[in-house]
Design a protein around this ligand. Structure first.
Ligand SMILES: [Zn+2]
Length: 416
């Protein structure tokens, strides 16, 4: 089959997936009896309303972005804009590709802006999750767009540099470069990107901090420090995460977690993050991303060649390829999302299991999972399709039941 037909088939599949998400989100979904046993009906109703908006907005935004890219690529606009970029850059293809890529990134951001505002500002405020004033929210958005455009410029500069020099085998060094880039981004984002959005301070010395560092060394992942992010300036949400690699590796807690949760619960949250470190989930994620990158770039090279042979795309290194590359990578991201999320959920289950063994008070896990769900208005018991497509973590009800089973086992072990 011809390249453009494969791409059209991919687009139809993607729109089908998104339409199915919208349909599932709108379909009335009564909470299960188990969910009703742990959560008040008013909460389940509220979280269902909040989640419905989130899912619909995801479906719509993704469809609009894909549709716009497809239109630019298939209508011939990409060829014309690429030609203009080449003229503006005095015929230098690498520079023209960077110009086209940054322009396209800004156009896509601009089109997405109203959706981003609705989802990120209006909807979060309506449900009392966001504490951020509008001006600060827009400043965050602008920073995000600038970072995205800058990354896009770097990626396309490197890609077209290789395409010019190795017209047939560019995807091989590009794969190596992508792996290096992923690793560099992981290494640097805690010290370069995260501080653009949050201020971090070390957790002051306390018995809690001693317990946290002690858990890390018992798990074989000694941590020098635990960091606190001033997330309360933005959100009521509660969160913690591990980030970085080697010298930049760190455990970060939202200050909202420390303000609202008791020590036994914070210990469990950090034990979960230590679980990620003990299982080297960040490194595994980078390795999987790099492996996916090799496959993706090989496929990309084949598609671009196919489009050129069919006379749809000017021969590389024509900058029109930028639009096709963005379209194909968006399709790749969406179609592999279920797999990526399944792997992520498996990592989260492993980290949970470690946290039950590591934390001094595993029995607090049930109340913790319940509170986390309440704080974050979690869709505790989503429809299977939504979980399959979008959930990076197991649903909160599943985590709560796992916590309950672990607490029962721990109790049983003690009474023996
Ligand atoms: Zn986790």
């Amino acid at each position: 089959m011809q390249a453009e037909r494969w791409i059209l088939a991919g687009l139809l599949t993607a729109f089908g997936m998104l339409a199915a998400l919208a349909a599932v989100a709108l379909w009335p979904h009564a909470p299960s009896a188990v969910a009703a046993q742990f959560f008040p009906a008013a909460f389940l109703e509220r979280s269902a309303a909040y989640s419905r908006g989130a899912y619909l907005s995801f479906a719509l935004r993704t469809a609009v972005q894909l549709g716009l890219l497809a239109w630019i690529a298939f209508s011939g606009l990409a060829e014309r804009w690429g030609e203009r970029a080449l003229r503006l850059c005095g015929g230098r293809p690498v520079l023209a590709a960077v110009l086209f890529a940054v322009g396209l990134a800004l156009l896509l951001s601009l089109v997405d802006a109203p959706f981003a505002y609705w989802r990120g500002f209006y909807w979060e405020h309506r449900f009392g999750l966001s504490t951020q004033p509008a001006a600060a929210w827009w400043a965050d958005q602008a920073k995000g767009w600038a970072i995205g455009a800058a990354l896009q410029a770097v990626v396309f500069a490197a890609l077209f540099f290789l395409i010019v020099r190795l017209p047939h085998a560019w995807w091989v060094p590009a794969s190596a470069l992508l792996a290096a880039g992923l690793w560099l981004l992981t290494l640097l984002s805690p010290v370069v990107i995260d501080p653009l959005f949050y201020r971090f301070r070390p957790l002051p010395p306390s018995p809690l901090k001693t317990t946290l560092l002690d858990m890390a060394s018992r798990a074989g992942v000694p941590a020098r420090d635990v960091w606190v992010a001033d997330a309360s300036r933005r959100t009521q949400r509660v969160n913690a995460y591990v980030t970085g690699s080697g010298p930049t590796r760190r455990i970060v807690l939202y200050d909202t977690l420390l303000q609202k949760y008791d020590d036994a619960q914070v210990e469990l949250v950090v034990a979960h993050e230590i679980g990620h470190l003990a299982e080297a989930h960040i490194a595994k994620g980078v390795a999987l991303g790099a492996a996916g990158g090799v496959l993706g770039l090989w496929l990309l090279a084949r598609f671009l060649r196919g489009l050129w042979e069919r006379g749809i795309l000017s021969p590389l290194p024509h900058p029109a390829a930028v639009a096709w590359i963005l379209l194909l990578s968006s399709l790749g991201t969406l179609s592999t999302m279920p797999l990526q999320n399944a792997i992520s959920r498996q990592f989260e289950r492993q980290a949970d299991a470690i946290s039950f063994r590591l934390a001094p008070h595993p029995e607090a896990a049930v109340s913790l999972e319940r509170r986390l769900a309440l704080s974050n208005l979690a869709d505790v018991d989503p429809q299977p399709y939504v979980e399959w497509l979008l959930f990076t973590h197991p649903p909160q009800l599943e985590r709560l039941l796992a916590a309950e089973a672990a607490a029962r086992r721990a109790g049983g072990a003690k009474s023996k």
